[in-house]
Design a protein around this ligand. Structure first.
Ligand SMILES: [Mg+2]
Length: 151
């Protein structure tokens, strides 16, 4: 499957706060941003299971920067979709929906926003919503991915 991850408040703390992965000196040089604890193990596991990993963010972070950030943790991303690419791909409808994973052939999108889950129900795409206080969030994600695979 193609699995995409939101960044802000899902993998990168902002409004929402959660434990983050430890950073080496090298990672500090690459970026000041931290990623959520468990992200690296989860993504490596998903890769081993032959899934493709995308980041889908409504921010304007450059795809090259996002790739570099994850590569510094040893995780290769297959694609990064930012707001510019979203707008370009969706054209006129881009303003009426915050995210539309089917436009990028994404099977499951992981996000913190209940609004994205509502859009998923309305426009028929699969979402997994991660809670700020879910300390076992990677298990939550793996369980739900498994349930989508048996559909
Ligand atoms: Mg978010």
């Amino acid at each position: 499957m193609i699995i995409s991850f939101d960044l802000d408040d899902t993998l990168i703390p902002g409004m929402k706060q959660f434990p983050v992965e430890q950073k080496s000196i090298w990672q500090r040089i690459v970026s000041r941003e931290c990623i959520r604890e468990g992200t690296v193990r989860l993504m490596k596991r998903l890769r081993q299971d032959h899934h493709r990993l995308y980041v889908y963010t409504t921010s304007y972070r450059s795809p090259a920067y996002v790739r570099r950030l994850f590569l510094s943790y040893g995780v290769r991303l297959d694609k990064v979709i930012n707001k510019s690419l979203h707008d370009k791909m969706l054209g006129k409808t881009a303003g009426s929906i915050s995210k539309y994973p089917p436009a990028f052939n994404i099977d499951v999108h992981i996000d913190d926003s209940p609004g994205v889950a509502i859009e998923g129900t309305r426009h028929q795409f699969n979402t997994i919503i991660v809670a700020e206080r879910d300390n076992d969030w990677t298990a939550t994600v793996l369980k739900q991915i498994a349930s989508f695979q048996t559909l």
